[in-house]
Design a protein around this ligand. Sequence first.
Ligand SMILES: Cc1ncc(COP(=O)(O)O)c(C=O)c1O
Length: 397
Amino acid sequence: MEKGTAKRDRTAPSERLEAIPPYMFAELERGIEEKREQGIDVISLGIGDPDTPSFRYIVEAMREAVGDPSTHKYPSNRGRPEFREAFADFYLRRFGVEIDPVNEVIPAIGAKECIYNLCFAFLDPGDVALASDPGYPVYTGGPVLAGAEAQLLPLLPSLGFAPDLDGIPEERLEAARLIFINYPNNPTGAVVPDGFFERAVELAREHQILVVHDNAYSETTYDGYIAPSFLATPGAKEVGVEVFSLSKGFNMTGWRCAAILGNAEAIRTYWRLKTNVDSGLFEAVQLAGAAALRGPRKHVEEMCSIYQRRRDLVVDALRTIGVEVEAPKGTVYVWAPVPRGQTSTSFAALVLDKAAVVVSPGSMYGPSGEGFFRISLTTPDELLSEAVERLRVHLAP
Ligand SMILES: Cc1ncc(COP(=O)(O)O)c(C=O)c1O
């Protein structure tokens, strides 16, 4: 008998890792692969990853930054002054929010890293993070991996896809140290309902909770809607932080470029954690990120008009096949109810089977996503038109 057989297998994952469901896109990718192996030409509308390149001026800034040897060393987790100042200027210009570039902003290696590490910076076993449901998976996986718990906050269609902050059980509020919110919202496409950020500030004050607003989509909005920063809410900086990602608004998903802004003490704690975990964001990426924020607005606006056109195409097609859907004012997703008699997964399987199109079942984003599916608008026009045509032909009632 091999010594130590009473122990778990050497390659067995930790119990914490076992406790979280497999990463949702991994599941989705397996389904697509199977079809493709059968020779079927599948169009995926599953993943929100911009199909158009990063803007040229950002690539040029990167080219220059990479040629500068001062960027080649280990970065500090505090970030370069150019990065911090570009963020402070952007927040003032874009959101009317004053940010102290010395204490109130540092880089993150993407919003995903930031949210995950915030869990390790602030949560202990027995603590709770309040997490939007449906929501970006790290809001629930992060707390579990940190040995804490996630308390799901159902996003209610009747409240404009906001959680009922007054309905959270008292003992969970007592254990809660973090609340994750996100508007414009993935996956529902909802924009922040009036008064919601203000109520979140109150709740945070009443219960010693740190608000984490995940601002991944403020630059991707439609029909003239301009998304606010959470930090523009009176009192927000006293109780919260905002994670701003350049991934979607600036077509930079691969660059891993984001920042955390707001409460200086909370940012210091996050920085302390990071000094133990990673060695910061490549400084050339920081300089390119700074250039992105200082660049002309027209590129962001062009992207919004591309997505708005695609959104209308998808919404029209869904309506013709009998799906009652509202056109979202933000994000790169259309969130729609599945037809009567279907579940999220049965409908996604039906669409894959009949039309060879991948949509994401809403239940992948949490139990309150059941009864919905999500379509991503980050697919080139011709492919999206083809997918929409397939839906019309194969799924018409
Ligand atoms: C709500 C939300 N937050 C964060 C992210 C990830 O951002 P990043 O690429 O900066 O890690 C995504 C990506 O889909 C998202 O939808």
